[in-house]
Each structure stands twice: as C-alpha cells, then as structure tokens.
Design a protein around this ligand. Sequence first.
Ligand SMILES: [Zn+2]
Length: 233
Amino acid sequence: MRFTLEKYIFPKGLYCVVCGKYIDDTRQYCLCDHCIKRMNFGCSTFDCSPFFDYGFAAMGYGLYERRLIFNLKYDGKTYMAPILADIIYDAMYSLVASGKECQLLDADMIVPVPLHQRRLSERGFNQSEKIAKHLGRKLSIPTNSKVLHRVRDTHTQRALSAEERKQNLDGAFHVPKAMTEDIQGKRVILLDDIYTTGATAISCAEALRKAGAEKIYVLTLLFAGNRHHLMVE
Ligand SMILES: [Zn+2]
C-alpha cells in the first residue's frame, strides 16, 4: 500500500527525485536544475587485482548522489531502479565515447550482490537486483540473481572499519555446487550499489572465482572508496 501511495505522491517525472521540487517530465534522470548540477557524474574505473579483474563506478559519492540510492534502498521508491540503470548505462557509454575501453560490455551475465533472506524479507526487494534487471535489459546481458547466495546474516557495514568489514564478510557468500555450471568460464559483472572498502565485492568475487568464473568485473553506482585505487576519473 505504501509503495502504491508513494507513486501518487511522488509520480516519476513530476518531482525531482532528490529534493522533491516540481519539474516537468523532460528532465534528465528526473532531477531538477539545482540537483543535477551538484551530481558528480564522472565515472571511475578502479583496479583491485587479484581479487577482481575490473572495477567501474558510474558516479562519485556525495550527499546528492547518495540520495539517489537511499531513495530506492531505504525509502522503497522502486521507480528509482530504471533511473539508476540509465545513469550507469550512460556512464559506460561516455567512457567508450572518450576512447577508453569499458570491459563490462563483454560480460556474459550480471550477478547482483545478494541480500540475506532476513534483510530481503524486511525490505521486500534487493536494490542491486532491481538495478541489474533494468541495466541487463538495456545491455542485452542476462541477470542471474540465483547463483550467488548470502549464507551469513552479517552486521550492517556502515559503522565498521575496513578491517572489521573484511572479518564481518568472511565466508558470507557462496555459490551452491549445483549452480557452479552456470558460472564456470563466464565473465561476470558483480553489481553493488556503493563501493566503499571493497570488502563486499572482494568477498563475493572470491565465491564466484571459486565456482570457476573466468573474469569478474565489479560495477557499482557510487564510488566512496579509497581514491588510490582509481585509475581514471
Ligand atoms: Zn532537485
């Protein structure tokens, strides 16, 4: 009921998705002039070998940018998912247009970072899966949200240090034996909403690698990580 009501209170295309100001439906990503100017649309690629082969984030992290994902993740505004998929898609092609390679384009599948069953029941949906489905449709790359499982219900990562995050996630993800065939020899995009210390991505990548993935590309909407990892901005 709440989600249906929200659709009427904040119909897509009439209000800026960040500040709620009235806009018309021609605005890019449903953002008003004020908010779109404050968004850091510069994509980044980052290196985290040997854990994964390529990292790509569509935007930098800031108060305005994080509102985009918080709307979906914490406020249940599922109409944000296609907007976020559009932002990622445009960022990928702006990298290509600037003459750089975007390795994500040769992937065989998109695997969203899974939520634990308890969190999934509370939230009602997995925000990364929602984005993955819309993005996969645009890129003609199938989404597979069944292969990777979150086997441990980990604490929320937001207040933890980098080292604590690693410990918190140790062995938290797993590919069931019956599903390794789907992964073997495949180039996989692992999709998460925010890249912070990389602990989640690394833990998922370990499970995918163990199951035989050939290449693992990490894709996130926002990059809030260590800037030393950045190769391009
Ligand atoms: Zn706005």
